[in-house]
Structures are given as structure tokens and as C-alpha cells.
Ligand binder design. Structure first.
Ligand code: AMP
Length: 371
């Protein structure tokens, strides 16, 4: 057994931003350095953005200077402003025809992006942003298109519908943004996306944002983008600041020993243990009962899912929980290696929760779910 218990595992502090050539991109100190339209600058200050995020610092200048960009960045990195700010800075408010089209995989994202554009365009009264997505009646979209909008944010299917009906004219398009491009491919929009790319004016600027770079995206980039600047931003690992994570590596057959030892030495009000399968909850519950720590076992969702938890039910973890009435600690062990997590500002007294395992640290999610 390795003695790593007690070693702190902290989230990576730095965000790596690499340009195409592998050079470090010097991060400008303020938005002022980036050459953004003054009205957009004012809006950014009003929404409270003090400095550009790394993806913004790396992509705004090339987009403003007319280059195509491939940004490998996840949600949460500030990628929306990374394309919205340069698009707004270059848009012609006097021309009501669509000049920018943002394609997003879902209605929710289209609305979110559209709202973000609206916030950054608050001092540009001539600029209109119109979301068009499946599920909304055509009437609203048709009257919006008739009135004119410089920026269209849409889902690929609905954009194609409007193109086919002749209700969306993209002949003046200057910017095309593919947001969450990998998601669009996963959702089966490749053909639609390629069709839109091919059917819009050749001399437009394209920005492609994607969390990953599967071969389909690489192909699209090669085929439709012109010598793009490539930017990669690694998202910070999201870990709540009031949670300390520790881990202990143990051989599979020693996990119960390690867990029982943890139960003896750690003080806690409540504990949630994540295991992989339903049968593992039963097995572990049985073993803990045998060593004198009877748990309450649960394999069904017993409390509200946290807002950020993925909806995929296959990610629902099984947990075994039990409580001791005295102290202020919560710990959890995952099925791979034992993990102890200590909360310092809240307790989990006698509560049972089945948390979605998702991609976040199980303990962090469990605490959120049960609080
Ligand atoms: P996004 O990755 O575009 O979904 O953005 C994630 C969150 O970061 C949103 O709530 C934005 O409002 C916020 N955000 C984007 N850029 C900045 C910035 N430069 N400073 C502070 N917050 C930002």
C-alpha cells in the first residue's frame, strides 16, 4: 500500500494556452490591448469582465485581423465572448442583412449564445441578434428575419430549413462560427454543417470552437478554413474551494481494510461511498455490517440532482452511506482508489444521497447534491 494518504491533490492552477506553433501566447493585461470596439469594451466592463480569459486573449486579435480560428476550448473558458466580441467589433450596424451566423448544437446553447451577444451589444442599438432553432414556431423567426438581423444564432437543422424556404439570405455573410462543433457532429449535424459551410460565400471568416478535435472536425477545418490560427485552452478543473481532496492508492483486495481504517480514524457526520455497480453496494454494505459499521444502503435517486449534473441516467452512481452523530467531516471512497474528502464549512449529517458520478470528483458532487 502506498502511503500517499495525506498528500493534497489540488486542481491545476495554470491554464495552458498554446498557439499553432507551440509558442506561449503572452496574455494581454486588459481588453483595451485587444483592439475591441469601444462600445463593446464598455459593455464588457459593465458585465464585470476585468481581463480577457486565455481563450479570449488568444483568439480575439486574430479574429479581429481577419484570420480563421480553430479554438479548442470547453464551456466555462469564456469562448462565447472569444468569438462574440470580435464579431460585434466588426459588424456593420447600418446593414440589416445577416453578416454573422453562429451554429450551435442545441436550442439551449443557441439561446445562451444569443443572450451573450445581446449583453455585449447593449451599446449597439442598430445591431440585432436573432436566435433561430427547432422547437420554436416559424412565425416568430420569420418576422425576425423580415425585420432584419445582423447576427443569427441557430441550430443547423432550422438554419437549413430557412435556407431551403428561402427565408434566410446568407449572401452577405462575413462570419461563420461553429460553436461546440464536436457536439454538432455527435448529434448528427455533420451534413448540415458542411452544407452551410459550402453554401455560404467563400470569402467569409470562419471560427470553429470545439472541446475536442475528432477526425470529422479536423476534416472540416482542413476543407473549409483558410490557414486557421489554432488555439488550445485547457479548462481549469472545477473543484469547490471548501473541499480538500485526498486519495489513497490501495490494491483491490485491501480496499475494505483501508476503508475500515478510515472509518476508525476519521471523524464524520455523514459519509457517502461511491461504487460502480448495484451489486457492489450490496457487497460492501454486507462487509461493513460484518465489521460492525452498519451502513444505510441506497441505489435509487434519493435527492435532487444538482443543476450541473449530467442528465444521462447511466452515469448515476450507486452509493452506500452511513452516519455517526458527532463530528464535522464527510468522506467518500470511489471504486477505483479510496478517496477521502473533507468539507470544512458544512456538514452532511445523516443524509443519504445518490449523486451522479459525471466527470466531477464524486465527493464534490455529492456534497453539492446533498446540501
Ligand atoms: P463561456 O465559456 O463562454 O460559456 O463563459 C463562461 C462564463 O464566463 C460565463 O458566465 C461568462 O459570462 C464568463 N466570462 C466570460 N469571459 C469572462 C471574462 N473575461 N471575465 C470574467 N468572466 C467571463
Amino acid at each position: 500500500m502506498s502511503e500517499e494518504f495525506g498528500a493534497e491533490r489540488t486542481a491545476p492552477a495554470a491554464v495552458d494556452t498554446d498557439e499553432q506553433a507551440g509558442r506561449e501566447h503572452p496574455e494581454p493585461v486588459t481588453f483595451l490591448d485587444l483592439g475591441i470596439d469601444e462600445r463593446v469594451l464598455r459593455a464588457l466592463a459593465e458585465v464585470g469582465y476585468e481581463n480577457p480569459s486565455p481563450i479570449q486573449a488568444a483568439t480575439i486579435p486574430p479574429l479581429l485581423s481577419g484570420s480563421d480560428v480553430v479554438g479548442l476550448a470547453q464551456t466555462g473558458t469564456g469562448k462565447t465572448a472569444a468569438f462574440a466580441v470580435p464579431v460585434l467589433s466588426k459588424i456593420d450596424g447600418n446593414n440589416r442583412k445577416p453578416q454573422a451566423l453562429v451554429l450551435a448544437p442545441t436550442r439551449e446553447l443557441a439561446l445562451q449564445v444569443s443572450e451573450a451577444f445581446g449583453k455585449y451589444a447593449v451599446h449597439m442599438p442598430n445591431v440585432t441578434v436573432l436566435p433561430i432553432y427547432g422547437g420554436q414556431s416559424y412565425g416568430v423567426q420569420l418576422s425576425g428575419l423580415r425585420r432584419g438581423a445582423q447576427i443569427i444564432v441557430g441550430t443547423p437543422g432550422r438554419v437549413i430549413d430557412h435556407l431551403e424556404k428561402g427565408t434566410l439570405d446568407l449572401s452577405n455573410l462575413e462570419f461563420l462560427v461553429l460553436d461546440e462543433a464536436d457536439e454538432m457532429l455527435t448529434m448528427g449535424f455533420q451534413e448540415d454543417v458542411e452544407r452551410i459551410l459550402a453554401d455560404t460565400p467563400e470569402f467569409k471568416q470562419v471560427a470553429l470552437f470545439s472541446a475536442t478535435m475528432p477526425s470529422g472536425i479536423r476534416k472540416i477545418s482542413k476543407k473549409y478554413l483558410h490557414d486557421p490560427v489554432e488555439v488550445t485552452v485547457k479548462a481549469k478543473t472545477a473543484t469547490a474551494s471548501n473541499i480538500t481532496q485526498r486519495y489513497l492508492q490501495v490494491a483491490h483486495q485491501r480496499k475494505l481494510d483501508a476503508l475500515t481504517r478510515l472509518l476508525e480514524v476519521e471523524e464524520f457526520d455523514g459519509m457517502i461511498i461511491f461504487v460502480r455497480t448495484k451489486s457492489a453496494t450490496e457487497e460492501l454494505a454486507e462487509k461493513l455490517r460484518a465489521v460492525g459499521t452498519p451502513p444505510r444502503r441506497s441505489t435509487a435517486t434519493s435527492c435532487r440532482r444538482s443543476a450541473s449534473a449530467p442528465s444521462d441516467s447511466s452515469r448515476t452512481a450507486r452509493s452506500t452511506s452511513w452516519s455517526r452523530p458527532t463530528s464535522r467531516r464527510a468522506a467518500s471512497t470511489s471504486s477505483g482508489s479510496a478517496t477521502s474528502s473533507t468539507t470544512t464549512s458544512r456538514t452532511t449529517r445523516s443524509r443519504t444521497c445518490i449523486a451522479s458520478a459525471g466527470r466531477a470528483a464524486p465527493a464534490a458532487r455529492a456534497t453539492r447534491c446533498c446540501s
